[in-house]
Design a protein. Sequence first.
Length: 269
Amino acid sequence: MESILNNRPALAAEVEKAAEVAGYLWQKGWAERNGGNITLNITEFVDDEIRNMPAISNVLSIGTCLPYLKGCYFYCKGTQKRMRDLARRPMENGAVIRILDDCASYVIIADQPVMPTSELPSHLSVHNYLIEHGSPYKASLHTHPIELIAMSHHPRFLKDDVAGTLLWSMIPETKAFCPRGLGIIPYELPGSVKLADATISKLADYDVVMWEKHGVFAVDTDIMSAFDQVDVLNKSALIYVAAKNMGFEPEGMTETQMKEMTEAFNLPK
């Protein structure tokens, strides 16, 4: 069967980036079994031939109306699919979907009728928010970085900006490459409307949010950039854990040093 990616190098490149990131997530131990999700807004790569492609699924309900997604197309990791498999065969472990004109339903159009992640309504709600606010972000990532999740088990790090400021202070690159820090969302049932609403609320101030005792959710211009933000934050968490394992509380960069860097690199204050 011919793939939707054939003769579409720009679209293929985006899906290949998703496959590459999926491999990194598995290698890092951040994507056990079918854990984690990737969703890409690929509308800009859609041509007339794709728009005319027939559905290969029944009409499926999103469960909510998302008016800014009318006519949009997304590549989504499949439900119960493993990241390690998506890394090798992205179109067998993911699917392209079309949002219908009612903005409350969708159909699968390629390559196979792989049902999207069960958390699709949450991911699509975030993309609806991003489009509504004119964001250039097209990719969303949910994954389970070990050290960041471990930090979320301590009440100290569940207060606003405590964990984010600490992580910034571990190594200068963290603030340079994740300048909006880490938002914290108290525990909510995975996949719930409450969790989706809380995530959207936090995205006004953060590009990466921690779901307490669960994982992180990140958005960026593409999936590699979203992964990079999580990777940088978890590197700082690893440095913090390494220092604690050596028997001391790491000093971290001072407020003066972080302010100096913020000004030198013209980062958000």
